[in-house]
Write a protein that binds this ligand. Structure first.
Ligand code: MCA
Ligand code: AMP
Length: 507
């Protein structure tokens, strides 16, 4: 197949001096990136799979680009993952090596892997020929994503899906080599890694990564030569909050060519506040780890708050009723599940043929689980999701089941249930409902001590990841169950509960 990064392989009119990446003070030109990624690709070309310790650094970008040049599937790892989550991912994906920035401290769960420090200034080894036998369906990345129950599943994303989605977005957004993207997204998910790093590199443009999100960094870059901003709704919410007292931020956002939000719904109120203060409208696109991008409001289309725009070129999208019958109506009212088909789709869940089979219909449509309506002109509005046990918090997808399992491993927890509640900042906030074990000397009705909520929060953050920690813990005497013994999550709010509540804040 044609190269994923023409600008790195000389088929593109980019000069070697053109800026490719900047992380804080550290930057690489296309010439330097071709050199360091080429040198690393030569070293890893015989590996079956490589893990990448995905800190927000140039080493992560060089590591992933090298793996793609070598045709070796890469597994990005969240550097804040706890031992239990990392242990699962490493066992499931069985990488041979872990690529990392020099000096990074790796946890014991990665102890058995050979460590390879990425040298971002490695000299150019001369263009190596692309490995033979690389087909469009060759796996490029394995990205872990949560389901309703059990540990995260590895979505195997082929090279053609990356090329197809990035080229469809280029069409929808008029995205070119002249664009300079700014963002602060994590690099172990599709949004930050594929759209936010591989996207600019495929176009021959450049990316500035802020390391961590803050409105001042966004304002600085957009007041300079950055042209586009990618973020999750929580980031746009925080920009909307900051705008009234920050005219410099308003004018910087006003200069942007494109402000793009995705990973969760951006509330209309935030859309409106940003438009009123900056004169610019945020556009939304809709995607998923398994499908990459499906729809977007186009740069040359009408921005419409509350919608995710129209299907991208090459993406077939339909709505279906509960029994699988396609919805014919474009009436802004008839709700159906979104199913998609196209070159943007993943291949399978690694080692999970059962889950892969369940995710597709017999005729190859992927069931997204998202519920939507279509306006008469084809604009899609997402109105909900099928599974109540999936929570979107800060743009991260989190399964209630994996948090419940982690809580149940704590000796002070007898029973646990996890739900999502609306949150202005995070979209949804994780709430843990816990029946504590009796402690010696407890009398019926005693409240658990205040320390337990904080301890359970820490327990989940340490085992899984900080973004999966409950923000609120509520203690109950028992969980409401139906006759079959199944927990009735909708009844939790009305169940008699100890009034103790520990709100752990927004960090
Ligand atoms: C707080 N922290 C803790 C604890 N409490 N650490 C350990 N134990 C605790 N009890 C630390 C955190 O590690 C973090 O550290 C800091 O406190 C703040 O954490 P948190 O509150 O979680 O962060 P936040 O400020 O609320 O983060 C908001 C955010 C973040 C920046 C918007 O949620 C984010 O980056 N979201 C992006 C999600 C994303 O990219 N999703 C894409 C997947 P420190 O200060 O060191 O950081 S969806 C996708 O890819 C599809 C395809 C799509 O459509 O896009
Ligand atoms: P993930 O599996 O983490 O890739 O998350 C994918 C899910 O994020 C989708 O199934 C949607 O529920 C949600 N999502 C992504 N983009 C949007 C958007 N613009 N509006 C609403 N939901 C979105």
């Amino acid at each position: 197949m044609s190269p994923l990064f023409p600008a790195l392989t000389g088929d593109f009119p980019a000069t070697a001096d053109r800026p490719a990446l900047r992380f804080g003070e550290r930057s690489l030109t296309y010439g330097q990136l071709a050199g360091s990624a080429g040198a690393l690709a030569a070293r890893i070309q015989d590996a079956g799979r490589v893990a990448v310790w995905a800190t927000p650094t140039p080493e992560t970008a060089v590591g992933v680009v090298a793996a793609l040049l070598a045709g070796v599937p890469a597994v990005p790892l969240n550097p804040k993952s706890g031992e239990s989550e990392l242990g699962h991912i490493v066992k499931d994906s069985a990488p041979e090596l872990v690529l990392t920035a020099p000096g990074a401290e790796l946890p014991t769960a990665l102890g058995q892997l050979t460590r390879l420090d990425v040298d971002v200034h490695a000299p150019d080894p001369g263009a190596a020929p692309p490995p033979a036998g690389l087909t469009p369906d060759h796996p490029a990345l394995v990205v872990y994503t949560s389901g309703t129950t059990g540990p995260p599943k590895g979505a195997v994303i082929p090279r053609r899906a990356i090329a197809a989605t990035l080229d469809a977005l280029a069409d929808a957004w008029q995205w070119t080599a002249d664009d300079v993207l700014v963002h602060a997204l994590p690099l172990f998910h599709v949004h930050g890694l594929i759209l936010g790093v591989l996207g600019p590199l495929r176009r021959g443009g450049s990316v500035r990564h802020l390391g961590r999100f803050d409105p001042a960094g966004v304002a600085r870059e957009l007041a300079g030569d950055a042209t586009m901003l990618f973020g999750v709704p929580t980031m746009y919410h925080r920009l909307a909050e900051a705008l009234p007292g920050d005219p410099a931020l308003a004018s910087a956002l006003g200069r942007a060519r494109l402000l793009v939000s995705g990973s969760a719904a951006l509330p209309v109120h935030d859309h409106e506040r940003i438009a009123a203060a900056t004169g610019r409208r945020v556009i939304e696109r809709y995607g998923m780890t398994e499908t990459l991008m499906n729809t977007s409001v186009r740069a040359d289309g009408e921005p419409r708050a509350g919608t995710v725009g129209v299907p991208l070129p090459g993406v077939e999208l339909r709505l279906v009723e509960e029994d699988g019958t396609p919805v014919a109506a474009y009436d802004g009212e008839t709700v159906g599940e979104i199913q998609v088909r196209g070159p943007n789709l993943f291949i399978e869940y690694l080692n999970r043929p059962d889950a892969t089979a369940a995710a597709f219909t017999a005729d190859g449509w992927f069931r997204t689980g998202d519920m939507a309506v279509r306006d008469p002109d084809g604009y899609v509005r997402i109105v909900g999701r099928k599974a109540t046990d999936l929570i979107k918090s800060g743009g991260y997808k989190i399964g209630a089941g994996e948090i419940e399992n982690a809580l149940l491993e704590h000796p002070a927890v007898r029973e646990a249930a996890v739900t999502g509640e609306p949150d202005d900042d995070l979209g949804e906030r994780i709430v843990a409902w816990v029946v504590p074990e009796d402690r010696p000397g407890d009398r019926p009705g005693d409240r658990p001590d205040d320390g337990l909520a904080a301890e359970l929060t820490r327990h989940v953050a340490d085992r899984l990841a900080p973004h999966k920690r409950p923000r609120t813990v509520r203690f109950l005497g028992s969980l409401p169950r139906n006759d079959m013994g199944k927990i009735m999550k909708r009844a939790l709010k009305d169940a008699p509960q100890h009034t103790h509540e520990n709100v752990t804040g927004h960090g």
